[in-house]
Structures are given as C-alpha cells and as structure tokens.
Write a protein that binds this ligand. Sequence first.
Ligand SMILES: O=C(O)CCC(=O)C(=O)O
Length: 271
Amino acid sequence: MSDRDFRPSASEQRAYAEEGFFVREGAFAEDEVDEIRDAVECCAARATAAAAGGHTYEIDGNVYCEAAGATIQLEHRPGSKTLRVIEPFHHLDARIDRLIDDPRLVEPMRGLLGETEISLFTDKLNLKRPGEGSRFRWHQDSPYWAHFHSDVERLPNVMISIDDATEANGCLRVIPGSHRKGMLPGLEGEGRLGPLFTDPAHFDESLQLPVALSAGSLLFFSPSIVHGSGPNDSTLRRRALIFTYQGGAERMFKVDAKRLAGRSLRGAPGC
Ligand SMILES: O=C(O)CCC(=O)C(=O)O
C-alpha cells in the first residue's frame, strides 16, 4: 500500500477543478473497512455515554450536545437519542486518529493543496442509521467555515464510505460544477440554520448527481460544491467519515490545537 503513488492524476485534478469532485473506488480493502467500522462504533459508543452528562441545547428544533470534546447532533425525530453526526471524532479512537496520516488521504490532499505540509481542519462522522438517518439539505461547507478561515476554497474534503452508499440509503448528492460560483446565498426566513443551507434559486437542482460509493471508496470534494443527501429509509447502514485538510500547520476548526497530517504513524491502540 505505502509504496504506491497516491497523488492525484491530471484527470483527477481536472475533475476537482471543473466538477468539484472525484471518486477513488476501493481505496480501502474489506478487512481495513471492517476495522474502521469497529473504530467508528467505538466512537459512537463513547459519544453516546458522554452525551448523557453533556450540555444539551436546541437549534431550530434539532438537538445538539457538547460532550467528549465533540459536538454531537441527535437525529431529528422528536425525543430521539440516536446519534446523527459527531464533529470532531478522531480523538475518540486511536485507529481513526491514525487514518488522518494515511497516504491514501494525505497524498491526494497534498496534491490538491499544492503543499507538502498539511494539517487537519476538521473531521465528522455521519452515522445515518437505517430507518432513522435524516436528510442533509443542500448546502456548501464554505459559508459554514467562512467566519473562521481566511481561504475557505482551500479546505478540501475527503469522504470515506464504510458502507455501500446508494440512493436507497441516502448517498451523497452533488451539483457538479456548482463550486465554481463560489459562496452562494443561503435561505432566508428558515430559522437560525437557514443561512447555512443553499438557496435553490441559485443553482440548478436538476443537475444533481447521486454519488453511489462501494464500502472502502473515497470521494474528494470541494468545500464550495453544493451537496446534500436524502434520508435513510432503508434497512441498511450508511456511515461515512469526512476529513477536511488545510495547507500548512494551522489549528483545527473546533479544537485549539494543530494536528499535522502525514508526518508520523502513531501506535496507540483503539478502544
Ligand atoms: O453524508 C452526508 O450525507 C452529507 C454530509 C454532509 O454534507 C456534511 O457533513 O457536510
């Protein structure tokens, strides 16, 4: 694995520039995906335990909890205790922390950023549990980060799909090329979170493309591509990890510390 060249090819660089994304199928082998799944469920169990004693609050009727060094979002069904998103989560299991240094993530990111020294900006675990996992409305990531980072176009994301993601279980959908318009206006009059959702009057929803991914595949995507996903009404899981990188040695979004990427492989065990 480690002696392969994982830098983005010219066509991947072009796809990222023009379409705002590219896919690498089967980047992680089945046994590696199993290990990540195990680590992810350890993170979810730790977050669930911590949430019981955390600070809980509501925004627009959605429940959030600050606990275990993370923002934990609960599913939207009233009274639900099901986890929806954990951000950040890499500190909850050493196997996830090690993934940040994996050359299959780091080398493409170095290529996209054009820098050798890169660091983690943020990381999210989207759990989208069967039968309950809710939709993600159309949005761009860049407006969410604009108050914090001076160059939000240079925050590429990589999603690791650890389940087969299909239209039935709510795979990610993108609007190809929408990143080229930069930051688009958000929704007005739809609560506090409205401005973070992209107003459909400013992009062509009919261009939407479901990005079906087999487990172990990677999706690299721009922070300004308009993206979202439907609910998981199926009986199948659709879990995804998203790591966002930045050039240089900079502090993380939600943690006042730097996490350089690709320098060393840490040896601590998982949970
Ligand atoms: O995983 C998904 O379905 C959506 C994720 C997403 O858009 C996000 O976390 O910003």
